[in-house]
Design a protein around this ligand. Structure first.
Ligand SMILES: [Zn+2]
Ligand SMILES: [Zn+2]
Length: 344
């Protein structure tokens, strides 16, 4: 089959690789109908995470059709359409039983050299029963695919920030996760969602979603935040960039007694935490990777009912063969690219 393979920093190729086969009784083989390129894929693409091997298949955001099921897979049949998260989780370990699949003891990530990824014609999904969610026919791929990672992560960020009606919410970053967090925050009837970035097209998209865009390259976002909060600072600040400077700014934007919810993926191992300020101001600080599976059904329902429309962030749809171009424009913010969908 054809698949997108990592060939070294800033180099992906569309290669011929072996078709996946059922290996464990809990496996399912999907024919991938859509696969997206994620900001986390760029950590590998940009050479920011150690990648000792090349030639592995990339990608972890997907919608597909079941073509084959293992002997132990109940409730999934060939022909059914499904969406799934960026990692397979067992459903039975200590963490899975406590609804925390992102800490599954037997977790397997797609697309980072461990499990072959989803930017391919076919995908093997271990623990299929607890990793995948069925899709209703009423939801086309482009409306469903983002629940598998960035939309769930946006919702998780909002939930962990405990956004309440009337709150002033700041979202640092207008990439796919930031825009999804803005969309999800608006479900909770905040007073305003202030969206910070410096890329004009992304700020424009934040405005379309219903947030108040603030261009940090044109002035201090703190002035806008103070203006909307009687100078207190924001009730909730969401970090959706994955960079120390962005995280540091959250501590400037949050009010005493407020919450910071960080979901950006960091490449730095450590961060100088402002302990004295956090103590004096009774701050809540939460950080983590989203337990995606917990949000799939809930978000699909909100999309079906018209409460959420993540398709607004999909700027480019390309055939799988053009994946290298997709990575190039996404990584370089070229051609107003926010999110790329690949069609194998
Ligand atoms: Zn992703
Ligand atoms: Zn588990």
């Amino acid at each position: 089959m054809k698949a997108v393979t990592f060939e070294g920093p800033f180099n992906v190729a569309v290669s011929d690789v072996d078709d996946p086969t059922i290996r464990e009784p809990g496996d399912v083989i999907l024919r991938v109908t859509s696969s997206a390129i994620c900001g986390s894929d760029l950590h590998a693409y940009n050479g920011r995470i150690p990648t000792p091997v090349s030639g592995w298949v990339m990608g972890h955001e997907y919608v597909g059709e079941v073509v084959e099921v293992g002997a132990d897979v109940e409730g999934l049949r060939p022909g059914e359409r499904v969406v799934g998260g960026p990692y397979a989780s067992c459903g039975e370990c200590f963490y899975c039983r406590r609804n925390w699949p992102s800490q599954c003891m037997y977790q397997q990530h797609f697309g980072y050299g461990m499990l072959p990824g989803a930017q391919a014609e076919y995908l093997r999904v271990p623990y299929a029963r607890t990793t995948l969610e069925k899709l209703p026919d009423s939801l086309p791929d482009e409306r469903a695919i983002l629940v598998g990672d960035v939309l769930s992560t946006g919702y998780f960020a909002v939930e962990r920030g405990e956004v309440r009606a009337g709150d002033v919410v700041v979202v640092v970053g207008c990439g796919p996760v930031g825009l999804c967090a803005q969309m999800c925050a608006l479900l909770f009837e905040p007073k305003v969602v202030i969206a910070i970035d410096s890329v004009p097209e992304r700020l424009e998209m934040a405005r379309k979603i219903g947030a108040l865009p603030v261009d940090m390259s044109e002035g201090d976002p703190g002035a806008v935040i103070r203006e909307h909060t009687e100078r207190r600072g924001a009730d909730v600040v969401i970090e959706a960039v994955g960079h120390q400077d962005a995280l540091r700014s959250c501590f400037q934007h949050v009010r005493p007694g407020g919450a910071i919810s960080a979901v950006g993926v960091y490449s730095e191992a450590e961060f100088p935490f402002p302990m004295f300020k956090a103590y004096l101001h009774d701050l809540t600080f939460r950080i983590g990777a989203c337990p995606v599976k917990n949000y799939l059904a809930k978000l699909l329902d909100l999309i079906e009912r018209g409460k959420l429309d993540p398709t607004v962030i999909l700027t480019h749809t390309l055939p799988l063969a053009e994946a290298p171009h997709g990575y190039d424009i996404f990584a370089g913010h070229k051609d107003s690219c926010v999110k790329v969908l690949l069609r194998p």
